[in-house]
Design a protein around this ligand. Structure first.
Ligand code: A3P
Length: 277
C-alpha cells in the first residue's frame, strides 16, 4: 500500500504528508474574480502559474521575482492572508475537485487546468519523489507505474483528476506540450481567457521571461511561504529538464502499454497526447 511511500490517505486519496487538514476549504467563499489554477502535479503548474501571474499583473516581471505569486487553499495559510489578498487572487492547487470549495463549480469563477502527457508527467514525478521523499519512496520506476495504475500517486487517480476538472464550466485547459510547441498561440488564448488582448511583443516578452532557463535561474517560489520546509525551497525541485519525450529513457514496452491502457479505458477527456517533440 502507498503509505509506505509516505503518502497520507484522506477519503481514499493519497496526499503528501503535510497536506492533511483541508476541513474548511469546502465552504470557502470565492470572489467572482478569483482565478483557480489546478493540475495533477508535475504537469507544468509552476510555468503556467508564472504566465497567469504576469498576464494578470501587467507583465511586471521585476515584481514577479520578489512576490509570492499564488495562494494555496488550505488551513496552513492563515485566513486573513487569503482575505487580505488583492484581486485577482490566484489560487494554485493540486487538490482533487472533491476537496475544493463548492464555489469552484460557479460559471463565474475562472479555472485554468494544466494537463501533460502522462508518461513525461510520471518521469517528472519519479524524480520529484526521489528528491523530495527519498526516505519514503524507495521504489523504482516500475513501482511508480504500478502506483499510477492503482490511482495511488499523490492527489489520487490521475484520470479522475483530469476527468473532473476538464468538465468544469469556464475552464481553460492548457496542455504542457502546446506551451512547448505553440507557445505564442497558447499564450495568446490564455490571455484572451483572462480578458487581455496581448500584443505580439507582449507575448514574446512572456515567452522570454518564462523560458525554462530563465525560470530555473530566477524562480523564488515559496520564498514567502514559511509552511514549506527547506527541501521545497531548493532550487532544482521544480525545474529539471522541461522537455517532451524524456519518458523514452525510462519506459519499457509493458510500462508504456499500462499507461496507454489507462488513457484509453479510463480517461474521458478527449485528447491526443503529444509524446514527442
Ligand atoms: P521535468 O521534470 O520533466 O523537467 P510542476 O510545475 O507541475 O511541478 O511541473 C514541473 C515540470 O515542469 C518539470 O518537468 C519542470 O522541468 C517543467 N517546467 C517548469 N518550468 C518550465 C518551463 N519554463 N519550461 C518548460 N518546462 C518547465
Amino acid at each position: 500500500d502507498g503509505t509506505k511511500y509516505g503518502m497520507k490517505i484522506r477519503d481514499g486519496i493519497y496526499l503528501p504528508n503535510g497536506v492533511n487538514n483541508l476541513s474548511y476549504s469546502k465552504n470557502f467563499k470565492l470572489r467572482d474574480d478569483d482565478i483557480f489554477l489546478s493540475s495533477f502535479p508535475k504537469s507544468g503548474t509552476t510555468w503556467t502559474n508564472d504566465l497567469v501571474w504576469l498576464i494578470t499583473h501587467n507583465l511586471d516581471y521585476e515584481r514577479s521575482k520578489i512576490e509570492n505569486k499564488f495562494l494555496w487553499l488550505d488551513p496552513g495559510i492563515p485566513p486573513n492572508i487569503i482575505d487580505d489578498a488583492d484581486s485577482p487572487r490566484l489560487f494554485k492547487n493540486h487538490l482533487p475537485l472533491q476537496f475544493l470549495p463548492d464555489d469552484i463549480q460557479s460559471e463565474k469563477i475562472k479555472k485554468i487546468y494544466v494537463v501533460r502527457n502522462p508518461k513525461d508527467m510520471l518521469v517528472s514525478t519519479f524524480h520529484f519523489y526521489k528528491k523530495l521523499v527519498k526516505d519514503e519512496f524507495t521504489g523504482d520506476f516500475q513501482n511508480l507505474i504500478d502506483l499510477f495504475e492503482q490511482g495511488k500517486t499523490w492527489y489520487g487517480p490521475w484520470w479522475s483528476h483530469v476527468n473532473s476538472f476538464t468538465k468544469l464550466p469556464n475552464t481553460f485547459i492548457i496542455m504542457y506540450e502546446d506551451l512547448i510547441k505553440n507557445a505564442h498561440k497558447t499564450i495568446k488564448s490564455l490571455g484572451e481567457f483572462l480578458g487581455k488582448n496581448l500584443t505580439d511583443s507582449e507575448i514574446k516578452f512572456l515567452i522570454e521571461c518564462t523560458s525554462f532557463k530563465k525560470m530555473k535561474e530566477t524562480e523564488k517560489e515559496f520564498k514567502n511561504d514559511d509552511r514549506h520546509v527547506d527541501k521545497f525551497k531548493s532550487d532544482l525541485v521544480f525545474f529539471r529538464k522541461g522537455e517532451i519525450g524524456d519518458w523514452k529513457n525510462y519506459f519499457d514496452e509493458e510500462m508504456s502499454k499500462k499507461v496507454d491502457d489507462v488513457v484509453t479505458n479510463r480517461l474521458e477527456f478527449e485528447v491526443n497526447f503529444v509524446y514527442e517533440n
